[in-house]
Ligand binder design. Sequence first.
Ligand code: BGC
Length: 744
Amino acid sequence: MRLSYVLGLLSALAVSGLPLNGVLAQDTIEHRVDELLGQMTLEEKIGQMNLVSHGPPLRWEDLSEGRAGAVLNFNNAADVARAQALVQQSRLKIPLLFGLDVLHGFRTQFPLPLGEAAAFNPRLSALAAETAAKEASHVGVNWTFAPMADLSRDSRWGRIVEGFGEDPYLGSVLTAARVEGFRKGGLAAAAKHFAGYGAPQGGRDYDTTYIPRAEMYDTYLPPFRAAVEAGSASLMAAFNALNGEPSTANAWLLTDVLRGQWGFDGFVTSDWVGIGELINHGVAADGAEAARKAVLAGVDMDMMGQLYIEHLPEEVRAGRVPESVIDESVRRILRTKFRLGLFDRPAIDPTRTDAEFPSKEARRAAREVARETLVLLQNKGDLLPVKPGTRSIAVIGPLADAPQDQMGPHAARGHKEDTVTILQGIRQRARSAGIAVTHAPACDLMCRSTEQLPAALETAKRADLVIAVFGEPQELSGEAASRAHLELNGKQIEILEALAATGKPTALVIMGGRPQVLGPVAERIPSILMAWYPGTEGGNAVADVLFGDVSPSGKLPLTWPRATGQLPMYYNRLPSSRPTIPDNRFTLQYIDEEITPLYPFGWGLSYTQFAYSDATIARQRLDAGDVLEVSVSVTNKGSKAGQEVVQLYTRDPVASRSRPLRELKAFEKISLKPGETKRVTLRVPVEALGFHLSDGTYVVEAGAIQAFVGGSSLAEAVGEAEILNTIRMPPQERRASASTSVAQ
Ligand code: BGC
């Protein structure tokens, strides 16, 4: 159901101010907010702006004294109930927000968001978010610090695993799907980290970011805007400085763009001690100045800094912060609490636990999602799937049986005992086919030595097929896990080369939170499957694909480099003045590495082959309000069923500014039986074919637009359309692009 439809329905039914399924009408909410605000002391107002974590710094009395509006890291019903009871002792009894990083699951772990993005399937993103939200809200969590809407083009940055990769369109679609899924499951979202956090210099987490404003509007902001339009209750300000102005004190981001241009009326929280870190940024001399700068810029809630509660009362009394600014922040927080229905919810039953999870249904969903996230990077000689007649498989590698690592970072209440490891999944599936499975780890998780290699080689030599499972243990991925060397770490390359040298057919399954630099491995190992961190049901999902029960259908949501030194690297780059000409040094080249990635954006193979034919553009002359419509026939030429992600890219070849060589504008995931053909129509509103100026004005220039369609960013040219008249839209009028597609 479309969001605009839902909103329309709500506003129609809300005219009378009657609650609809627990949702209060907007005017009723505003009235109740004003009424409550009118009863609050300055201290109580500032209390609402304080966000405290469970654990040692928490004074439980703060809750009965009205000195906290929200808490985080509460993950069980007993603690939630205790906090709620304390709030009932406070003068105004304003319910708390209970926030937690529910990123890719609560108890049941789904693939990490970067992997989930590879499914190119918003339905599955929404399903994963909804399942996670249902589990978390069962024990009283009502607010998640997700989705991460940070676009990143640099795999050195460890947090790339928490997002959707390098493309703003894919990111916008999936971010919106996640926000909607969380809401359906009972969690308010906090899209984070606003903004530019995914482009730190050198890929170093927490380092500074320089992004021109036009590029912010074109590339980094659209997923946040999509989150806002999908109804994200809140946003989280980022740690980084953006063009010299820390995001946490950045009035352009937090007020001009977010509130002024996008009309966002939810609230903004800082990140963990982000306000205090304004001192480290060198823009505040002390806590009072940091608090003042943050609140004046538009940060409504202080996560773990205790600076608002400590300094804002005095800042207001001294006239340095107008009380109206505090009122506005509190209004945003209360509005959110009313919208969520928190004032009318009964207290939680403290005996509730997450022990009933993962339910069968959640496991089914986790397996379905994980299956679609697996990307078959190469499959020389069709080594995969496992052939009939195979009698024995050697599973080699430390990550084959790593239940904790398989859950990936930020696993909320994930229990490693719930995980079906890759080894277990293969064993179970092999048993039903009468195939013997042996296992040797070959090294420890960090793969520091080759001591166990001889035993692993012996195991490999005795088998018909080797499935090697290597990659990045969880410790090397996520927050504060920047890497300067993206090669498979430790002795992995040496071990994989030794395995290949046995002459046994070998497939490699890579686990990890980003592309790994494969070096000689890409040459020596014929089949490579990227499994990301596949979560609780990952082992079954990987086995489904390895044994051919399901054809792989994941596509890379980012560019896979050959060498770390190629980063940042992304497909939607601008043209060079000297496009690459092989053997001409004075064109776009490296002198010591190829200029191309190892695998491009959108790439991923299947066990079947898809042929594209008869691509057409419906109407070549387009004006405002029109839609660029590209149709193509896709045929399954192989003997297995499979899914394909049909991708439409465009280029504006001549504009007043250099425009990307290709931009993804629409995609559709389709299923095809052997021999089947489907005609797919991908649609892009003309209003989504432009670019921004530095002040946020959006321009679609008259002239040619080229279209490309195919199964990756290497898509074939279809032809050109012509935009007849230039369209200009001031920032307030522009809505996030909404391309649609239809498969017949
Ligand atoms: C991270 C946020 C997270 C917060 C609360 C911070 O370190 O940057 O993404 O939501 O901690 O756990």
